[in-house]
Write a protein that binds this ligand. Structure first.
Ligand SMILES: *Cc1c(COP(=O)(O)O)cnc(C)c1O
Length: 355
């Protein structure tokens, strides 16, 4: 606390990311990183971009990256916005598009950055409880008389539950709220959910956010993007160009472009994670865990006889880190990132000992 702080700073409760411990030999299953490395072609492109051209600013509009992303998703480059990780893309969207009377509606159990951005930008949050089975109820987001959302955001699959919402239900929310921007945060969509990107042409109020951090194994490069009709993208560009002309550096642009161009490696990486996830789910169920259905690269699990905080602490003693959340409704759960088969086996063995 200091007299020098601007007033808004006093009211902030900043987001706390999962820890990035500096110790080796830990099995790190707490921040949903990909257990295998990025495309070797992306690494080569980053290597090749490390040259004297780094004295020059990067392309402020990231046109080459927008072009490969547009081609990849079957949209126009004017329908793509890129940023320094999807967290930055989301932050700009909160400011540019999600601040309206009626408030921003999102699930009570969801990505914990959303309430933080609301505080930062003075947006009124409205948390909508998940159903008892931790699914998103589309009906709960539809206007009820004069009670209607100013904007809506949710992840699909949801985090930290992993539960996917079928595209038909996503569409009910989007088409039922033509007055509001609906932002679908598809950070984990490549691990088994259906993307709303293919509906962009139909809905002027639909915006979809993606990241290179999870399915493309490039969390350290910081690249994210959004897809929507040109007027929504223009709003994001206006905010971005009032904030930072060069959010993506030359290395990030080179690596991201090469990653998108290596489709085979991408698909193989997703398939390996999905296979490891299904094996892990089977083994944890055999140990008595309740496991929510997951279309993500993590699972959300709860044991009837052991508290989530206790299991998290005991795993830590065995050098395995998972994520525990203190929120009342989910305090007995652990969120476990799907690791390599060897990491998953170590986790299962440790849990057998603990139980
Ligand atoms: C990881 C994650 C992000 C942020 O991804 P970055 O691109 O690394 O900033 C956004 N939304 C959700 C739901 C996430 O889990």
């Amino acid at each position: 606390m200091s007299q020098f702080w601007s007033p808004v700073v006093h009211s902030l409760t900043p987001y706390v990311p999962g820890e990035q411990p500096q110790l080796d030999n830990l099995i790190k299953l707490n921040t949903n990183e990909h257990p295998w490395g990025p495309s070797p072609k992306a690494l080569q492109a980053i290597h090749d971009a490390a040259n004297d051209n780094l004295r020059l600013y990067p392309d402020p509009n990231a046109d080459a990256l927008k072009q490969v992303l547009a081609a990849h998703h079957g949209v126009q480059p004017s329908e793509v916005f890129v940023g320094n990780g999807s967290d930055e893309v989301l932050a700009h969207a909160f400011m540019a598009l999600l601040n309206h009377p009626g408030g921003l509606w999102f699930p009570d159990i969801s990505y914990s950055f959303y309430p933080v951005y609301c505080q930062l930008y003075g947006i009124t949050p409205r948390t909508v409880p998940l159903r008892d089975d931790f699914s998103i109820g589309a009906d709960d987001y539809l206007p009820n008389g004069s009670d209607r959302a100013g904007a809506i955001i949710f992840p699909n699959p949801n985090a930290p539950t992993g539960r996917p919402l079928p595209l038909s239900e996503v569409e009910r929310i989007v088409s039922g709220n033509p007055q509001a921007v609906v932002l679908i945060d598809e950070a984990y969509v490549d691990f088994g959910a259906e993307s709303a990107v293919k509906r962009i042409a139909q809905y002027p109020n639909l915006l979809v956010a993606h990241t290179f951090s999870k399915s493309r194994s490039l969390a350290g490069l910081r690249v994210g993007y959004a897809i929507g009709q040109a007027p929504l993208i223009e709003a994001l560009e206006r905010v971005k160009n009032s904030f930072n002309s060069y959010p993506l550096d030359r290395l990030a642009l080179a690596g991201a472009i090469a990653s998108v161009q290596d489709q085979a490696y991408f698909e193989e990486g997703c398939a390996k994670v999905i296979a490891a996830r299904e094996t892990l789910i089977t083994e944890l169920k055999a140990l008595g865990f309740n496991v929510l259905p997951s279309a993500a690269n993590f699972i959300f699990v709860q044991h009837p006889a052991h508290a989530g905080a206790e299991l998290t602490a005991k795993l830590r003693e065995r050098a395995i880190i998972v994520r525990h959340f203190k929120q009342e409704r989910i305090r007995n759960f652990m969120r476990i990132t799907v690791g390599t088969p060897a990491q998953c086996q170590a986790l299962v063995q440790a849990l057998k000992q603990i139980l």
